[in-house]
Each structure stands twice: as C-alpha cells, then as structure tokens.
Ligand binder design. Structure first.
Ligand code: DSN
Length: 426
C-alpha cells in the first residue's frame, strides 16, 4: 500500500542529487565527500554497534571496526599533533556536550562568542551550555566586530571568574586569541575550549592557527565542513590520561551510545585524503575566499572586514541591507541556483535573527570540486547580475557548474592497486 510513497521518497532523493549538483553551494558549513568516502557508507557497518573503544567493546563482532577506528584515531592524533582523541561523538554539538557535561555545573560562569558575534547555538542559553548553567557572558568585541577584545575580556574574566571560556564560532573569519588567553586561563584553572567545527580542515591543512599548540586545553569540531569528511564530531586534547578519562566518559556514555559506524568508516577514508591533500586544499580554500571577497568588494558589495583583507578562513560576510537584507537576498539567490544563508552581523540585535542585514558565504565545497580564483570572479559576477542588474542567472549558473562535478583532493581518480605498500597505522 505504501510502495508508492517509497517511490516518492526515492524520487525526491534523486531530485536533490540533481538539483544540488547544478548549483553553486556557498553554505559555509557544508562540503562534499569523495566517491570513495561516500561509497563505503552503504556497507554492512550501517547495521552495527560497537560501544566502547577498539579492543574494549561491549559487543562481539567488532574486530574489523576496531582496526578501522584505531587507524582513524592514530591518524587524527598525527594530523593535529596531540595526545588524545575521541572520534565517537556523532556531531560537533555532541562533542561540545560531552565536554560541557563534565566541566560546567549550575551557577558556573561561561564566556562565549555571542550570536551576533558569530557564536554557535550550542554555546548559548538555548543550546547545550544552557542545559548546565544560565550564567553566560559574551566576549566583548573589537570595533571591527570580528575579533575578541582581549583586554576587556581579561578585565571581565577577572571580575566574573568564568569556569570555561569557549572560543570558535560559526561566523568565523579570523583566528581567535588563544595565545593571548591561555596563560591567564591556566593560572586560574579556567578550561579554555576551542570549537573548531568550521576551521578543522584549515587547521589540519596548517593554514590557520593551531589552537592546541597555542594553549587551548580542548578542541572540539565537526568533521564535515572544511574537514571534508562525513557528518560527525571529534574531541582532541593534550590532557593527561586522568583528565582525559573524565572527557572520555562525557563522550560515552555521556553524549553517545552507538557511534554510527558507517560514517566512521567513511571518515577514515577522508582522513587519509586530508593527510595527503589537506594542505593544498586548505591553501586554495583560503585563497578562493579572499579572492571572492576582493571581487565582490570591487563590484561594490559591502564585504565585511575589507580593511583586514576580508577573511583568513573559508568564509566571507557581506552586508546586503541595501538589497533587502539577508533573508530576502538568500531566497533570491536560491531562485538563481546560488545557495547560502542569511546571517546576523556583529552588533545587530538578536531580534533580527530571522531578518539580519548579512549573508555568510563559504567557498569550501566549490573549492573541493576544483574551483579556483578564475571561478570566484565568475561567481562574483553572478552576484552583480542577479542582485544589482536584476537579471535571472539560474541557467547560466547551472551551465557554469557542469564541469565541476568531480571531487578533487581525493583518491577518486586512482584505481585501487591493492594493499601493497599500505602505511602502518597501528
Ligand atoms: N549552524 C551550523 C553552521 O552553519 O555554522 C554549524 O552547526
């Protein structure tokens, strides 16, 4: 009786595949998997459980996932040059929750990036931090709106004695002041957490700050933005073993039980891709973002932080109030096959969250399918034609996207020649 409904769902999935591969996707939190990382997700692992750690499971039948997970952990530690890693949280927010649940108690003060300052929902009252305390203070910002004002932060922290400071955010153009805050935090026992969800691949590619090396105690992240893997979370640290056991409990059983083995296996493949191509990918991503910023600026768009070179990450922020605001512009661009999201800009009131002045652009996915500076210039010209000249560019966009279908910075182009010469991981 319901078979037709199944067909309907299958057709919708086909429609999504066709539609999204015909668009310019500039959502700053999305990326695409290589074929080899994608194909392993339909394997038997999609059915299986493996609570615990490799070699110490609560289930039988886990020998093969044990090897894969152990290899993945070893490679993550070497990519991020750290002692400890947990690859079990199944999202960035659950990675954060694993930590917050262990370190934040009712009444504790937590300092975070505000929502207009770019902070992520999980850092806020309505999100994960808010489950543990309501004493949340925003970092003061410098007048450009895209940096934490360190001096005023230290003054505030001296008065309010936070238990945890959370750096990192969703509108993330420039590095955070980890070095500037780390000795202050260490002296006072403040947990300095760096949420690297957006910039994890740029850190792995050594083109952004290295938060753990600069003194962050813990780094959390998601593995599917600039770290072009499957949708999961991660926790990394140089904590000693005793402290790490606490964090470990936060991840399991704290924030996850089974940890979705199909996407874990896929992440292992993307991690090897990151080892091999990460630096080149990260360099091109940042170059593309800067170039797109410059071209949009040259065309008269109010690209934020122009005096600072627009960005040092994969993202740009543009004030589009003159074109009807972020919501209207994002919808209009979608009708023209350009996909991105509206975004509050620094210092806008929270009440504008659904009608902000800004849009956020990320070049991570278009870089992964092979676009370079020349293509960024074309994308900027689509913005002008569409928003300034009022022309429909949907078909032009689809034509432009046609040659950029294959995922680059991957081993997709190689035929597997077996396992001879496999690098030992464990
Ligand atoms: N809210 C997402 C983003 O787009 O930045 C991250 O979880």
């Amino acid at each position: 009786m319901y078979e037709r409904n199944v067909t309907r769902i299958e057709n919708l999935v086909r429609k999504q595949n066709a539609w999204r591969s015909a668009t310019i996707n500039l959502i700053a939190s999305e990326n695409v998997l290589s074929n080899r990382a994608r194909e392993v997700m339909g394997s038997d692992f999609v059915h299986r459980y493996a609570e615990g750690h490799p070699g110490e499971r609560y289930y039988q039948g886990t020998e093969i996932i044990d090897e894969i997970e152990a290899r993945l952990k070893k490679r993550m530690k070497s990519l991020f040059r750290c002692r400890q890693v947990d690859v079990r949280p199944i999202s960035g927010t659950l990675s954060n929750d694993a930590i917050f649940s262990q370190y934040i108690n009712p009444g504790n003060v937590v300092m975070v990036n505000s929502t207009p300052g770019g902070g992520h929902i999980s850092h806020h009252r309505a999100g994960s931090v808010g489950k543990y305390t309501s004493n949340i203070i925003n970092f003061p910002l410098t007048p450009d709106g895209y940096h934490i004002d360190v001096e005023r932060t230290l003054e505030l922290a001296g008065v309010f004695a936070p238990k945890v400071m959370i750096l990192g955010k969703s509108l993330f153009l420039f590095p955070e002041p980890v070095k500037e805050l780390s000795s202050f935090c260490k002296e006072r026992g403040i947990i300095l957490l760096y949420d690297a969800a957006h910039v994890l691949g740029l850190i792995a590619g050594k083109t952004f700050q290295d938060p753990l090396e600069e003194g962050a105690f813990i780094m959390t992240g998601s593995t599917h933005k600039t770290f072009f893997g499957s949708q999961r979370g991660i926790v990394l640290s140089n904590a000693g073993d005793k402290e790490w056991r606490k964090i470990d409990k936060g991840a399991f059983p704290g924030s996850s039980s089974n940890h979705h083995l199909d996407t874990l296996v896929s992440l292992a493949i993307s991690t090897y891709e990151m080892m091999e191509f990460g630096q080149e990918y990260a360099r091109q991503t940042i170059a593309n973002a800067k170039y797109l910023g410059q071209k949009l600026h040259d065309l008269g768009f109010k690209v934020q932080a122009a005096e600072l070179g627009f960005t040092e990450s994969h993202q740009l922020a543009v004030d589009v109030a003159d074109f009807g605001g972020g919501d209207e512009v994002a919808r209009h661009l979608t009708d023209n096959n350009i996909i991105l999201n509206m975004n509050l800009l620094p210092f806008e009131p929270l009440s504008k969250v659904t009608s902000p002045a800004g849009i956020r652009l990320g070049v991570l996915e278009m870089t992964r399918v092979g676009m370079k500076e020349g293509e960024m210039e074309v994308i900027a010209s689509f913005f002008k034609k569409c928003l300034v000249d009022g022309k429909y560019v949907g078909e032009e966009v689809t034509e432009f996207r046609k040659p950029f279908q294959k995922v680059q910075y991957s081993f997709d182009h190689l035929e597997s020649d077996g396992e001879s010469g496999t690098e030992p991981d464990n």
